[in-house]
Design a protein around this ligand. Sequence first.
Ligand code: FES
Length: 128
Amino acid sequence: MDCQKIARSGQAPEGVVRRFFAGEVEVAVSRSDGEVHATSNHCSHLDCLLSSGKVTDEGLLCSCHGSVFDYTSGEPLCPPANRPITVFPVREEEGHIWVDVDDELAEAAMRRRAVGAPQAGRRRGLIG
Ligand code: FES
């Protein structure tokens, strides 16, 4: 997968997080202090949708149990999450938001699989 145009800049206003798609990959796009951020839409704690969360001064807040993730590194800044979320390279150009989702990042950003289920990326043909 290459760099993809996933939204118009106006669809990601200041202080808001929304879900967009890069192919089959859910991307949470947020804007804080004018800067756009793109991460996995699945919290690393228990998979809640980060697009249901909130933009804070510190980072992206998961509405389920209150973990906050650094916009740039994806690292959790407070528990209960103890693993980072996937952060995608993102840029704005000519009024659109572009996200770079390679196969490795796409696999990392998928919802955790149920025990015994095929690996998400394999099911989607992202990995061999
Ligand atoms: S699912 Fe996000 S903090 Fe629990």
